[in-house]
Design a binder for this molecule. Structure first.
Ligand code: AMP
Ligand code: TRP
Length: 324
């Protein structure tokens, strides 16, 4: 059976774009009985940018609660917090010593910031090595990632292959599974929904706050009575991603006919979000209220991951000349 593994950045509450574009498809993939899945929250990577313990901790919980709320089955998927398996840090050091400096200096994640070197910490520089360790520690065969992570996967393969050459067959050389972004969820300003554009919709917000965000969606100034082009409207685009077929068709006709305002469309979108994600919103809030339950699930995942990691690290120690 092949093993798939991927890491999720812990940058806060996943927004509607993350959920439709990443969380739901990944959970679907984890359900495939042909694979064994490992999924972890990359909270050690977060330390390269997050400087607040409360924020770091809370981000991890929000991500975990969202994935669980959307149906991640922890009996089938090994779901854990990266920092709960610190063996990965020991492996990172070992791999760092075998990684040529120029390979890391060429990584986009570092190179993009090379004009502002004073702001770059050493963690950011060896970020790709920690990522390689995340993957090869667990002998992952396939790593589903976005295009932006392709170079990191190439670095991972280089590291695994050069280790195998130097010390004999030790690591599985993983393959990236690059998802050509099939879905593009627009944000409240019509651009791609993204945390960095400040245009996200957090579907887990309390009703009133969620309605406020939906009301903020930018539309043009066509008066209520005039016909409108549904394909050019962000409210309609979002509604199409969430509502059922008949409701979408009805809204389309309302737009074309005229006498239907953007305010009404926003109300309908809000209702659709509430209805579509009723169960997930409840579950998310349940988990966020009961962090013990979250900790328990993450701990169970960490134990499963740790068993694999410990065995691999023992082998590594022997190969490198340490007492295992
Ligand atoms: P990010 O935190 O922006 O790197 O997003 C994590 C993952 O969520 C990405 O790899 C995408 O697969 C997905 N994603 C983010 N934003 C969107 C969006 N606006 N539409 C669809 N998918 C998205
Ligand atoms: N760097 C990845 C990102 O920014 C997250 C990540 C960390 C990861 N370790 C990983 C992804 C291992 C896949 C495999 O999205």
């Amino acid at each position: 059976m092949s093993r798939i593994l991927t890491g999720i950045q812990s940058t806060g509450v996943p927004h509607l774009g993350n959920i439709l574009g990443a969380v739901k498809p990944a959970i679907e993939m984890c359900r495939n009985p042909a694979h064994e899945a490992f999924l972890f929250i990359a909270d050690l990577h977060s330390l390269t940018t997050v400087r607040n313990a409360g924020v770091l901790r809370e981000n991890t919980y929000s991500v975990a609660a969202a994935w669980l709320a959307f149906g991640l089955d922890t009996r089938k998927t090994t779901f854990y917090r990266q920092s709960d398996v610190p063996e990965v840090c020991e492996l990172t050091w070992m791999l760092s010593c075998l990684t040529p400096y120029p390979m890391l200096a060429n990584a986009h994640s570092f190179k993009d910031k090379s004009g502002r070197l004073a702001e770059v910490n050493a963690g950011l520089f060896i970020y790709p090595v920690l990522m390689a360790a995340d993957i090869i520690l667990y002998d992952a065969d396939f790593v589903p990632v976005g295009k932006d992570q392709q170079q990191h996967l190439e670095i991972t393969r280089d590291i695994a292959m050069s280790f195998n050459r130097a010390y004999g067959d030790t690591f599985v050389v993983p393959q990236a599974t690059i998802s050509e972004q099939v879905m593009l969820v627009p944000g409240t300003d019509g651009q791609k929904m993204s945390k960095s554009y400040n245009n996200t919709i957090n579907i887990f917000l309390p009703d009133k706050e969620l309605l406020k965000v939906v009301k903020k969606i930018v539309t043009d100034a066509t008066p209520v009575e005039q016909p409108k082009d549904p394909e050019k409207c962000t409210v309609f685009k979002l509604f199409s991603l969430i509502a059922g077929k008949t409701d979408i068709e009805e809204m389309r006709q309302n737009y074309i006919r005229g006498g239907y305002g953007y305010g009404q469309a926003k109300e309908a979108l809000y209702e659709a979000i509430i209805e579509k994600f009723k169960k997930e919103r409840e579950l998310y809030n349940y988990f966020m209220r009961d962090k013990n339950e979250l900790d328990k699930k993450l701990k169970e995942g960490a134990e499963k991951a740790k068993a694999v990691a410990t065995a691999k690290l023992k082998l590594m120690r022997e190969k490198l000349g340490y007492k295992s």
